[in-house]
Ligand binder design. Structure first.
Ligand SMILES: CC(C)(COP(=O)(O)OP(=O)(O)OC[C@H]1O[C@@H](n2cnc3c(N)ncnc32)[C@H](O)[C@@H]1OP(=O)(O)O)[C@@H](O)C(=O)NCCC(=O)NCCS
Length: 151
């Protein structure tokens, strides 16, 4: 299904005025934040070459979000893109919105000249169990993920 054609879904860049809707989506991923924090970070990052935030919107309702970041690497001529978060409102899942956002993330990454798009996800998430990213074309590698909290 192509939700953009059949349901009037619009994919557009996020703006600070979307902060409250973004907070609700981020909560669905299990992370807490405040609209003021999100609005202020968006205000400083919108238009930056380091990040991109795309919303899926239907009838003025924000239904999904994908966040990307871009970082240069000495060993590559082009930046690496990372898909940092992807979430669709729980009542709107299974309708093709997640796939549309993923396709847009790939398009934006290419358009910004990235040489690859990577992501980390928890193997316990339903999306992992259901093979979501594989269906979007991603290949799983065997890399270990290490984290050192700094605060
Ligand atoms: C993963 C997620 C973004 C997919 O968005 P979606 O709009 O539900 O997905 P689509 O309708 O485009 O479906 C594409 C695939 O996603 C998977 N999927 C569908 N509904 C799903 C659901 N409710 N939960 C998890 N995965 C689902 C299926 O593998 C589906 O492929 P299929 O139709 O061939 O079975 C969305 O379910 C979600 O936000 N889940 C919670 C947050 C999350 O896990 N994010 C990703 C890790 S950071």
């Amino acid at each position: 299904m192509n939700p953009t054609a059949s349901t009037g879904l619009i994919l557009r860049s996020a703006a600070p005025a979307d902060a409250a809707a973004i907070v609700r989506l981020i909560e669905m991923l299990g992370y807490a934040s405040s609209p003021a924090e999100i609005a202020s970070r968006l205000a400083s990052l919108v238009g930056s070459s380091a990040a991109a935030f795309v919303l899926a919107v239907a009838r003025d309702e924000v239904l999904g979000l994908v966040m990307l970041s871009f970082r240069p690497q000495l060993r590559f001529a082009r930046p690496i893109a990372t898909l940092d978060e992807l979430v669709v409102k729980d009542s709107a899942r299974g309708m093709g919105i997640g796939r549309a956002l993923c396709t847009e993330a790939i398009r934006v990454s290419r358009a910004r000249g990235a040489c690859r798009l990577s992501l980390l996800t928890d193997r316990k998430r339903e999306s992992y169990v259901r093979g979501f990213y594989g269906k979007c074309g991603f290949l799983e590698d065997g890399a270990a993920h290490f984290v050192l909290p700094l605060e």
